[in-house]
Design a protein around this ligand. Sequence first.
Ligand SMILES: NC(=[NH2+])NCCC[C@H](N)C(=O)O
Length: 299
Amino acid sequence: MIKRQKYGDEIAKAEILIEALPYIKKFSGATVVIKYGGNAMIDCKIKKMVMQDIVLLKYVGLNPVVVHGGGPDINKMLESLNIESKFINGLRVTDEKTMEVVEMVLTGKINKEIVSMLNEIGGKAIGISGKDGKLLVAEKDTANGDIGFVGKIEEVNIDVIKMMLDKGFIPVIAPCAVGKDGKTYNVNADTAAGRIAEALKAEKFILLTDVEGILSDVNDKSSVISRIDLDAAKELMATEKITGGMIPKLKCCIQAVENGVKRAHIIDGRLTHSLLLEIFTDEGIGTMIGKECFDDDNL
Ligand SMILES: NC(=[NH2+])NCCC[C@H](N)C(=O)O
């Protein structure tokens, strides 16, 4: 007993590790596709922690695959080049010049920054874009009229990712796609991540967002729905409880789970170590979506 008091804090830490043990076992060798974006990409401290989490995942035997968004860098660069940004229904009108800048920033700056950070922490990361190995093949998305080089993903070729995973690397993917016409297309990073997770038949598709998760009461941030099955998620989708930016995110998750991803998770990237908390604790911290849910299927 004396021992327990004296080492209480240390024992609590060990208990955290023990809570993680079943998940480390369960997810050993599993592929986890992480969409990295939002505030977790902007705040320097959080950024570093996300990178640490990813490297830790790798070292404990999971296979993280990172798909990143654009963040504020694209706007900044366009501004500094005096290229005006126009949006239609939240989508950037992407002419050839804009596309060039988008690709430059995504693949040349953001992608390489992430790769460097992961490598610095001790991971082995390789950065590619959806053009490499024809990972993402797109067609012009005309759902909102002709808004230029905005692509709809038509094909996903995961050979290049498999090759990297086989050799122990962490793939880091910029959401640029090659068009069937040979041109470069800008694709939505959430959608790209979801489609890659499907093609990999990933164990998990995790969206790092700037919200707590899916809320059962939009006005109450503490009302996070912890787990939800596919049918209930689809029902929820049709209600006004799902609003704004959450609509495409939940859609993406539903599609991923329908197409073979075991679990999709919407978690708060503003929270430190949210990835580890979601994956290695029983309760998690965000919303988990699965085909069936499951109060007792943790293990
Ligand atoms: N939001 C939740 N209820 N998450 C539960 C996560 C359970 C477990 N750690 C897993 O990753 O499968």
